[in-house]
Design a protein around this ligand. Sequence first.
Ligand code: SF4
Length: 751
Amino acid sequence: MSYVVAVRALCEFTARQGDLDLRFTPSPTGQEGIAGHAEVTARRGPGYQAEVSLSGTHGPLLVRGRADGYDPAANLVEEIKTYRGDFERIPANHRHLHWAQLRVYGHLLCQKLALDEVNLALVYFDIARQTETVLRETQSAADLAALFAAQCERFVAWAEREMAHRDARDSALGALQFPHPDFRPGQRDLAETIFKANSSGRCVMAQAPTGIGKTIGTLFPVLKAAPQHQLDKVFFLAAKTPGRRLALDAAGAITRSAPLLPLRVLELVARDKACEHPDKACHGDSCPLAKGFYDRLPAARSAAAGAGMLDRERLRDVALAHDVCPYYLGSEMAKWSDLIVGDYNYYFDLGAMLNGLTMANQWKVSVLVDEAHNMVQRARAMYSAELERGALRAARAAAPSYLRPALDKVSRSWPVPGVGPYEVAEAPSDKLLDALRGAGAVITDYLAENPAPMDPALQRFYFDALHFGRMAELFGDHSLYDITRNGAKDSTLCLRNVVPATFLKPRFAQTHCTALFSATLSPWNYYADMLGLPADAAWVDIASPFVAEQLTVHVAANISTRFQHRAASAVPIATLIARQYHEAPGNYLAFFSSFDYLEQVAALFAQLYPEIPAWHQPRRMAEAEREQFLERFTPDSSGIGFAVLGGSFGEGIDLPGARLIGAFIATLGLPQMNPVNEEIRKRMQAIFGSGYDYTYLYPGMQKVVQAAGRVIRTESDSGVVYLIDDRFGQREVRELLPRWWHVDQITRSGS
Ligand code: SF4
């Protein structure tokens, strides 16, 4: 049996030394790197071979990779590296690593073509200036073979440990039993769905009700399928921290129930949360945990690999015990972990680390996307970019004089907004994009010369400008380019992604299986279209374990919550809430479309019914206040909590039993009708022929169903939901309600 390792991974393991040094961040994105490689190879003559696949063995190792280019006429192998900034400041240990990679390719090519010697060239391509700096050497095949052997020898012991780990992992996973005595109702169906999707290698969208134990119901079958389908890694991606915590808890339950299972679990945490020295920069001259990072990494990596569960706290302990940065140790351990738990962005955003590693190492991965109804909004944000005129002015004020001409050029290229507050333009002008590129290049140079932390205003504009430039290169029908006027002097330019499918589609294709699951994924075509799921993706609606008798659903069809009717609706809504409370005292949540509306009804309610306890969500809420709001819902308490739909209490909270016995939803949750949403509607109409539904109705009803889903959490719960608006009586709206809320159960009522 051989251990397959990519050339790059081999060299990163064996040839990295010295300090962690990220002075050159932001490095080129993956897209820029690809474009840079294409530019260099396009400059080469006929006969030049790009992307030459090479492989070779040493003991149990099978080393493979693709040399960037080979010129047979010159017998020259090229390794192309894209960079930004001053070439002279690329750290020596980075170049050392690049040479190591190139020499491995040189050896593999000598073997393949039976060469006695080969010319090697390291081509550094400056992304901003589009210029090349080339370093050359000539090596004999014998010397390269010796270097390769030495390199491999330094990796063999680790590779053997990895193979033993994989054997033990897969044999334990093959025998894995569900960690609880039995599946909950619905949970087995969900688990079977996920297992089958992994067996067939198809993506799946699973709508599964709350309360059935979705986290373990999805994690268990993927792990169980891993040995049979030779999965290298499982990524569990969640929109929010509680989802990640549940996944870590589920992984803990699985490993506790299988003592022979050596599963390596890693929690990925954002850099600002994992950083031990927020006042320092990530290089050895500034941060003690970056100094000598690669020299201490082998011992830290070895300890981390033996730790099993590497949640945030455990990873920090291991890192600090070895004096290395916890965040970058986490990035390293992503290469060696079996189950990685993190935010969506680690796999789906533009330069996503887990996607980059998957591609570079040709991993076979299975991805679980928790609470996947959040994906549309989150992915839109990942692929949108904004530039503010005010931020440009602040950056100029903070910038040293050397940078000001470049920023002034951006200012002169800034589009003049029309007379209205909002307009959609065709695309950013070349003049603006050139000016942004120029400013990005000089700031990068400046950064390279001045490694001290940058002024926050300048840094913000710099990162915004780079991101805007990248998204402008990817601009298409999936996005709008709009200009919003902010007062007399300012405007905001936005490349606003509205259909993330274009960007996500390849990400799904690069997995063995992606399973997206949530309690609200209806209608499936909306999510499939917006996210770009493959044509053969399955959609499964798991039957609810709850029965209609548990939930009484009323439609207050005599009330309109439309903006123009809100003042008139306040009394009927307050009366309705009070009547229900007096009939069945207990804890209720009442949801509204905005804080204004909430405050209006809450104030009236307090005035009319002072005897009923009531509390409401303030406009700004610290974490502690959020907890206090929820703590008022006890099994023995009673009262009304007023909240905003789509806010902190509309999803992701669990108030079982008497902690919550009912909800009033005084809105269809429709996004506000404003110029931006109207432009989105037009684009949705043009692309999908479904402008209103895709822009307003489906996103709104998803929030309504999520909020109503707070009431019934277990099979012993019972409660009531009031859907307050006449439009809830419409057939097309009712069709978006969960199937187990029998439609004939809906009655018309009001004040
Ligand atoms: S501790 Fe903070 S400053 Fe130091 S290397 Fe890590 S992330 Fe960078």
